[in-house]
Design a binder for this molecule. Structure first.
Ligand code: ATP
Ligand code: MG
Length: 419
């Protein structure tokens, strides 16, 4: 029987990878300009890190983790997100002793046992950025400005930034109680999951996508009416800094985000082109996370972008495929060695040259050059070759000229603008 990939686990094929590289390169570029450095984390961590860091009463920890026991009897989990691991690394390596402020980013696959569907997979990629050690609202705004700048730079246009404040450990419990009282009165309208959330984590009800629940949610008490004066002040400064930076936003008082550790600022960027899975990215402040994982009292803020959803939104009119600059076609077997040497030389000079390995006819070589979308074809052979020349065909306008082979690399470099 043919072995296939596991459901929810995707291959990213060469025709697609150009988009991924473009997104990843742009992220590195933008983030590093904002002072961020890459922090690479392991794929597997102790289960406790996620259970405590993300929170027991979250979808991820309740039902989405890939957890297993290793041969030493340790409970381990494939990372479902990056923030908890990044925070662990910051503590473990005492990065704060060098500088309390750490700006870090990471890109890589995450694993969640969810029902696979369009835009939702079991292995999916995230781009993640975090700032540890600052609670100044200026940083909240800076992180959001960076995110929006990045999304615009990769070409997304129909985006809406939604922000909210979730309060802190002082004022959140009061809101939680209020919310619980409100939903208890309507509990018969809530879905099964929300009935449970009512006991474990009533805030998560606000995030429910089930129609019946959505109706009750519409009239629920709003967190922004309950947050303390410090949180109000923090939130209004965030909004002020965003406005100063020219970033538009909407306040969505029902946005709570899926993870337990968020405090104060949270945000989501929604795209209108994606159907039901319309959140491309989400993030927020998490001033309790470090204490949960057994560390110091350190504030943090960050976001995670879903790569698959982002890639699916890239402008359709752009091509991200790296096609050959040149296809070397040969006339007869005796020119194979020249073709081979020439290709090697061009590769070393940064020119993407492709050639025929199968002794095919000129016609079928030309067909292959067309299929590969080569910009030029060099036809090597015959009398020209004896004089150190070959015919160079421009596959765009179909013009042909005879060129000295020794000048080919520099000639191509001048003809291909992006080299
Ligand atoms: P959702 O509400 O869509 O489940 P989430 O709140 O679980 O999202 P986060 O944990 O904040 O998502 O992850 C940030 C981003 O990662 C999401 O906005 C989304 O783009 C992407 N993402 C999350 N889960 C998946 C998945 N299973 N497959 C693909 N992308 C995902
Ligand atoms: Mg989710």
């Amino acid at each position: 029987m043919e072995i296939k990939a596991i459901r929810g686990f995707n291959d990213i094929l060469p025709q697609e990878i150009g988009k991924w590289h473009f997104v990843e390169d742009t992220a590195r570029d933008v983030f590093e300009n904002f002072g961020f450095s890459e922090l690479r984390i392991p794929v597997i961590e102790r289960t406790d890190l996620f259970a405590r860091g993300i929170g027991e009463a979250t979808d991820i920890v309740e039902k989405e983790m890939y957890t297993f026991t290793d041969k030493g009897g340790n409970s381990l989990t494939l990372r479902p997100e990056a923030t908890a691991s990044m925070a662990r690394a910051y503590l473990e390596h005492q990065m704060y002793s060098f500088d309390p402020v750490a700006k870090v980013y990471f890109m890589g696959p995450m694993f969640r046992y969810e029902r696979p569907q369009k835009g939702r997979y079991r292995q999916f990629y995230q781009i993640d950025a975090e700032v540890f050690g600052v609670d100044n609202p200026m940083v909240d705004a800076e992180v959001i400005v960076m995110l929006m700048h990045f999304l615009h730079k990769v070409g997304l246009q129909t985006l809406e930034l939604q922000i909210n404040s979730l309060g802190c450990r002082e004022c959140r419990p009061r809101y939680r109680e209020e919310l619980k009282r409100f939903f208890e009165k309507k509990s018969f309208q809530l879905c099964e999951d929300c009935q449970r959330r009512l006991q474990t984590n009533p805030l998560r009800i606000l995030d429910c996508k089930v129609e019946g629940c959505k109706e009750s949610i519409a009239n629920a008490p709003r967190v922004t009416d309950f947050i303390c004066s410090n949180c109000k002040e923090h939130f209004s400064r965030v909004k002020e800094y965003l406005t100063v930076a020219g970033v538009q936003f909407d306040v969505n008082p029902n946005m709570v985000r899926g993870l337990d550790y968020y405090t104060r600022t949270c945000f989501e960027v929604v795209s209108y082109d994606l159907g039901s899975q319309n959140a491309v990215t989400g993030g927020g402040r998490y001033d309790n996370l470090f204490q949960e994982i057994g560390g110091l009292d350190i504030p943090g803020i960050g976001f995670a972008i879903g790569m698959e959803r982002l890639v699916s939104l890239l402008p359709k009119d752009r091509t991200f495929l790296k096609t050959p600059h040149l296809f070397i076609a040969t006339l007869g077997d005796e020119t194979n060695k020249e073709a081979y040497q020439l290709a090697n030389e061009l590769h070393l000079r940064g020119i993407r040259a492709e050639l025929d390995y199968e002794g095919k006819s000129l016609k079928s070589q030309m067909r292959r050059a067309g299929k590969l979308n080569a910009s030029y074809v060099l036809i090597l052979g015959g009398d020209e070759l004896k004089q150190g020349k070959a015919v160079l065909r421009n596959m765009g306008d179909k013009s042909q000229e005879e060129v000295p082979i020794k000048d080919l690399a520099s000639l191509l470099q001048s003809k291909l603008p992006r080299l």
